[in-house]
Design a protein around this ligand. Structure first.
Ligand code: COA
Length: 173
């Protein structure tokens, strides 16, 4: 079941997103460094909620929250029609269709809102599951970012991907 993440308690989001970030080195940012406390995450959510075109979704099976998706409109006014996507699913629930459900719901919301026209994301080139999901949902590869990520002394290439958001035609009588 997809829920609006802005209606989920910050403590619950902190637990869910923190657990998913810690489970995978696919994420370039370090959740615990960015959000040392729940209050810092809650502040970020308030800031996000004020940006037109934002998306924050949580997906659950039964009562268990298992995935999140977040779309952050870019800051500069001249880039206000563009946004960046981040998402993740709990390790025990990967491959069950949650990622697809989250991404389909997010794309529907973007179309309905009519604010964001271009969605970008960067993914590690060896993250086959994520790249396949994004391609299935209409993203295209734009560029290979050589040696984009450095973990320990090992470099990993990244892939910059983009998806245009179709405008919904106004209903005619
Ligand atoms: C990438 C991720 C979000 C996918 O979510 P998921 O719920 O596991 O994916 P789904 O079950 O919805 O699968 C959707 C599609 O993704 C692709 N996919 C998912 N897992 C895959 C795998 N292990 N290998 C290849 N393709 C895979 C498939 O195309 C699949 O659709 P199909 O089965 O109809 O072909 C999830 O694996 C994850 O959170 N990984 C760790 C964090 C991460 O990589 N986040 C993205 C950072 S950019």
């Amino acid at each position: 079941m997809i829920e609006n993440g802005f209606e989920v308690a910050p403590e619950t989001l902190y637990e869910l997103i923190g657990t998913i970030y810690r489970s995978s080195d696919a994420f370039v940012s370090n959740f615990d460094e960015n959000y040392p406390t729940i209050a810092e995450l809650a502040d970020h959510i308030v800031t996000l909620s004020k940006k037109p075109g934002n998306v924050l979704l949580v997906d659950s099976i039964g009562k268990k929250k298992l995935g999140f998706l977040h779309i952050e409109p870019r800051g500069p006014h001249k880039l206000r029609h563009t946004a960046e996507l981040t998402m993740g699913v709990s390790p025990e629930a990967r491959g069950l269709g949650i990622g697809r459900e989250l991404l389909d719901a997010a794309l529907s919301k973007l179309r309905a809102d009519g604010v964001i026209e271009i969605l970008y994301l960067t993914v590690r080139a060896d993250n086959i599951a994520a790249i396949r999901l994004y391609e299935r949902c209409g993203f295209e590869k734009l560029a290979r970012l050589e040696r984009d990520t450095l973990i320990g002394d090992r470099y990993y290439d990244g892939v910059l991907m983009r998806r245009f958001i179709e405008k919904v035609a106004p209903a005619t009588e």
